[in-house]
Design a protein around this ligand. Structure first.
Ligand SMILES: Cc1cc2nc3c(=O)[nH]c(=O)nc-3n(C[C@H](O)[C@H](O)[C@H](O)COP(=O)(O)OP(=O)(O)OC[C@H]3O[C@@H](n4cnc5c(N)ncnc54)[C@H](O)[C@@H]3O)c2cc1C
Length: 385
């Protein structure tokens, strides 16, 4: 990352330490993790010990107690190493934030502290076959049981960490008539009878991230399994989305930065027609646009994070940053492959992986069509419909 004058010494130190870690421990193994679809458990445990998971979770609860800008810096630098690793950090940040803000002390002892120590792995389960962008369409239900507690039935799809998670944070319908006010969140342990893990998906990119389905067949839960108040689940999940989106935007900036560095290095070294391809204007402009959009995306991420840290609403800025950075990542990783010519299309070359890794950033944490809808509603109000 080029040094940003406005960053405090602490923010710079966080970015530099994370960059050094990613350069040494993550980037060299990224191709192997991608090729083998490998979940790097030991690496995540080390990152937990170093305070890279739960960056903005308060210290007394086991987090690093830093701000959202710090979280964004960590996400960018991890992603420059390998975006699947940053994605794990983002998942833990979201689940950690929910547990820190809404968990009882018992829930925090049982789930949050072990999560941040790397002793337990989590999943964040909203999406279903019929409910993707439209979360209000979920069909998983939690019915009250006579004598207390709940019976959970349903299924979730494309859930990050589903194949490995020790517990899942599940959005379910507790009142079929109450629309968005009829959803609640449950903490569901993997070893509860009726909890089963569905198909492990094979993906285009971010292949070290384990993604799959979860099924709940008459899962009996105690009253203490509910996270936060009944009927507030939808709003609680949406409440952490700004942090989620600024995190994915930062992850996209990390992919952009890696693509830019690789393209600059290759353009200097590769010779055709008797000179480095860096000497051709067509190549120069691809790289200049890559650098311009990487810089703009980074500034948008920092501005959105700083607004959140000031305690202001930043939904518009977070949607803009996520949409811009992920669109830029998809465009410029394809251009990075172009700069590399045929070698950019070969497995094992970094930009080939970056191009595959970038695509999902336009889809998860709300597709970019949904981000544009959010922006339009902010700008146009009720006239947007
Ligand atoms: C690798 C991966 C990891 C994921 N991890 C998780 C996870 O951990 N937890 C989780 O809960 N989910 C997760 N998801 C699911 C992800 O959040 C959804 O895929 C995403 O929200 C989009 O939903 P959908 O795929 O059903 O697409 P759809 O909602 O069916 O959308 C299909 C297309 O229609 C467009 N569209 C939909 N509605 C509108 C509209 N109103 N206006 C304009 N265009 C619209 C979309 O933008 C998209 O282009 C993951 C998905 C993947 C692939």
């Amino acid at each position: 990352m080029s040094a940003q004058l406005y960053l405090s010494d602490r923010h710079r130190a966080i970015a530099e330490a994370t960059r050094a870690f990613a350069e040494k421990e993550i980037r060299p193994i990224a191709a192997r993790l991608d090729e083998n679809e490998e979940y790097p458990d030991a690496l995540y445990k080390t990152m937990c010990a170093l305070g890279m998971m739960g960056v903005s979770v308060p210290e007394p609860l086991g987090g690093a107690g830093a701000d959202v800008l710090s979280y964004a810096l960590v996400m960018e630098e991890l992603s420059r190493g390998y975006s699947s690793v940053a994605d794990q950090c983002g998942l833990i940040e979201l689940v950690g934030t929910l547990l820190a803000e809404h968990g009882t002390p018992e829930q925090q002892d049982r789930y949050l502290r072990p999560l941040l120590k790397g002793e337990r792995r989590c999943a964040y389960a909203i999406t279903e076959a019929e409910a993707g962008s439209d979360v209000s369409g979920i069909r998983t239900t939690a019915e009250p049981r006579s004598g207390g507690g709940w019976r959970l039935d349903g299924g979730k799809l494309w859930i990050h960490n589903a194949p490995v998670a020790d517990f899942a944070v599940v959005l379910a319908r507790t009142d079929k008539e109450a629309g968005r006010r009829g959803m609640s969140i449950f903490l569901v342990d993997r070893d509860t009878p009726g909890y089963s893990i569905g198909r492990h998906e094979r993906k285009m990119g971010q292949r070290a991230s384990q993604v799959g389905a979860l099924h709940f067949d008459a899962v009996h839960l105690g009253p203490d399994a509910m996270l936060g108040p009944q009927g507030r689940g939808f709003h609680m999940m949406m409440g952490v989305l700004d942090k989620g989106r600024v995190g994915i935007a930062a992850l996209a900036v990390g992919i952009l930065e890696a693509a830019l560095e690789a393209s600059v290095a290759y353009a200097r070294q590769r010779r055709q027609f008797g000179k480095p391809i860096a000497g051709f204007q067509a190549v120069q402009w691809l790289i200049a646009d890559m650098a311009k959009d990487t810089h703009a995306a980074r500034l948008m991420v920092h501005a959105a994070a700083a607004r959140m840290d000031a305690g202001e609403r930043a939904s518009l800025e977070c949607s803009m940053a996520k949409c811009f950075a992920s669109d830029a990542a998809v465009l410029h990783t394809a251009n990075a492959v172009q700069v590399h010519g045929g070698s950019g299309y070969i497995r094992g070359i970094e930009v080939e992986r970056l191009m595959r890794d970038a695509k999902i950033t336009q889809i998860y944490e709300g597709t970019n069509q949904i981000q544009r809808m959010i922006m339009a509603r902010h700008l146009l109000g009720e006239a947007a419909g």
